[in-house]
Design a protein around this ligand. Structure first.
Ligand code: GLU
Length: 562
């Protein structure tokens, strides 16, 4: 076979030589050890936690080494394209503090290694497919769907390996004349890799491949033997081919991708070899798992788990720093130890390493995220927290978040007031950790705002209904906004004992028959009248923040509602 002629026949329009592309995309001039990483999402419009998790690894590896992190749009599966998806990807990742240095952008590309959208790179893939054909390493395959199905049936019956390879790849042996005749007849065809692998020798050490994975160590796998498709009938490359060509030409040093790609690694290794290129360092990340109701680990699913979507975190208003910090705890097991030793340091100072990542499923736990978030928010000054809440509110309003209540904006009317509210108990020796995420924060502080205030809890069962009014009336009558905390509490104690409640909980515990209840029950009545809930930070402090007018008014309203 004259492969040179075959290549010209198949790719008459390819004008560039592989060497031209090597020159257009020269090795990057970066400091020694700098890593080049990329995120290659499909533009489906759905960007999920798994993307963020991978992107975070990419971003850390690149930016920690003064390297480059770029965005490549992998749209070779055109059925999945959603308008505006690039903007969604960029904006969502930006929200979580992940910025690309180059690549596809909502308004075009930046960087010298583009085009960064795979569907725009047809001529590049054609050039390298042509090179493989010219060297006898790839060939046109005219098999129809029916013929492939028949081959499969035959293989299944013989319990053999499934796929197009060796003797099951009849088009390997077509003559130039036969190919020409097929082309003239307009028969559709794909370009397949002509694999050198041998399905009979999968256990033979000489036929195994060894790949260093930065997360998993040395991978020992059987070589590829399949004549995989590299260009589809449309001329569009498969993932396999696009990955190899793009990551070589874009000079990617580290390919971070999900473990679902591990089984096809042997294909990629053979493609890199056949093209004469060096392998990048692979980093196959663990799947994100969660514990189900029965305590079993399972993969996070788009259908079952709303928390897989990044929108979930944006709508509920998780602080990006909390998400970053949490991802670090699941990405590198020594992060928490580092955080304890460096409580104030920016998370980016943590020496992140692919080698420290777990290769079994990474467990995603919302409760743990909440714990991390509490600590992160505690380190955030009130004014920063306010700016964050304002951004969150604007986001909810702009995107029409389903349960968004515009009345929430009232909290921003007086920043000094809101600061005092947010700081309540945050600077104590043992600080309160009430604040978790924006939506929860708004609900938590809602009673400070008349427009958001609702009565959530009933008066305590220990207090007979006929005692509520006397408690509130005496409290209101004796209320002096200038009282310090101990004078204030003495008054409550006096009300309690006057009505037959123990002055101290322990007295009540010792002699329950002597009292109706204790001072705690009485102050809960006051708490509910003021805040509408049985649990809250310190009542005296809350009253000081609310001010005298609101305090008195709430008590009067509670009395009127009895
Ligand atoms: N487009 C692939 C995906 O969405 C990217 C895999 C890779 O990073 O190589 O899964």
């Amino acid at each position: 076979m004259d492969y040179e002629k075959l290549a010209e026949l198949l790719f008459p329009d390819v004008t560039k030589e592989p060497q031209d592309y090597e020159e257009i995309y020269p090795p990057r001039e970066l400091p020694e050890g700098a890593k080049v990483t990329r995120l290659g999402p499909s533009p489906t419009g759905f960007i999920h936690l798994g993307n963020l998790y991978g992107a975070f690894v990419d971003e850390r590896l690149a930016h920690q080494s003064d390297g480059v992190f770029f965005l490549r749009i992998e749209d070779t599966d055109d059925k999945r394209y959603v308008e505006g998806a690039v903007k969604i990807i960029i904006d969502s990742l930006k929200f979580f503090g992940i910025q690309f240095d180059e690549g596809a952008g909502a308004d075009g590309d930046t960087g010298a290694y583009g085009d960064y959208t795979q569907s725009h790179r047809g001529p590049v893939y054609a050039c390298f497919a042509k090179k493989l054909v010219r060297e006898g390493k790839a060939y046109p395959c005219f098999l129809t769907e029916e013929e492939i199905t028949a081959i499969r049936a035959e293989q299944e019956a013989a319990k053999g390996n499934i796929g197009i390879y060796g003797d099951f790849a009849p088009c390997r042996n077509l003559t130039l004349e036969e190919v020409e005749a097929n082309l003239v007849a307009g028969k559709p065809y794909v370009i397949r890799l002509k694999s050198d692998g041998d399905p009979e020798k999968q256990d033979d050490p000489a036929h195994r491949i060894h790949v260093q994975d930065a997360i998993r160590g040395t991978l020992d796998m059987p070589e590829n033997f399949l004549d995989v498709v590299i260009l589809k009938q449309t001329g569009i490359p498969t993932y396999h081919f696009a990955h190899v060509v793009d990551d070589h030409l874009m000079r990617t040093t580290h390919v971070v991708r999900g473990a679902e790609w591990l089984p096809s690694l042997p294909i990629h290794v053979e493609l890199f070899q056949k093209l004469g290129w060096e392998l990048p360092v692979y980093c196959h990340t663990a799947q994100l798992m969660k514990l189900d109701e029965n305590g079993n680990k399972r993969k996070l699913s788009k259908r079952l788990d709303p928390e897989l979507s990044l929108e979930y975190y944006m709508r509920d208003g998780y602080h990006p720093l909390a998400i970053r910090e949490y991802l670090l705890t699941i990405l590198n097991s020594d992060f928490e130890e580092w955080r304890m030793a460096n409580p104030e340091a920016p998370a980016d100072d943590f020496p992140f390493a692919a080698e420290k990542m777990s290769n079994s499923g990474a467990l995603f736990d919302l409760n743990k995220l909440h714990d991390v978030s509490k600590d992160v928010l505690l380190r955030l000054p009130a004014e920063k927290l306010i700016a964050f809440l304002e951004d969150w509110a604007a986001y909810c309003e702009e995107t029409g978040a389903p349960d968004w209540d515009p009345a929430v904006k009232a909290i921003f009317a007086d920043h000094a007031y809101l600061s005092r509210i947010l700081d309540l108990g945050r600077h104590d020796a043992k600080p309160r950790k009430d604040l978790v995420y924006a939506k929860q924060i708004v609900a938590f502080i809602s009673y400070f705002f008349d427009g958001l205030f609702t009565r959530e809890d009933d008066y305590p069962a220990e207090v007979p209904a006929e005692d509520v009014a006397p408690i509130l009336e005496s409290y209101l009558a004796g209320y002096d906004h200038a009282d310090d905390q101990s004078a204030w509490f003495d008054k409550i104690r006096a009300i309690a004992t006057g009505l037959g409640y123990a002055a101290k909980p322990k007295d009540f515990k010792k002699h329950p028959e002597e009292y109706k209840g204790h001072v705690g029950h009485v102050s809960t009545v006051i708490r509910i009248a003021l805040m509408g809930r049985a649990q809250s930070p310190d009542v005296w402090t809350i009253q000081q923040i609310m001010g005298e007018e609101m305090t008195r008014r709430r008590l009067q309203e509670a009395l009127a509602a009895l």
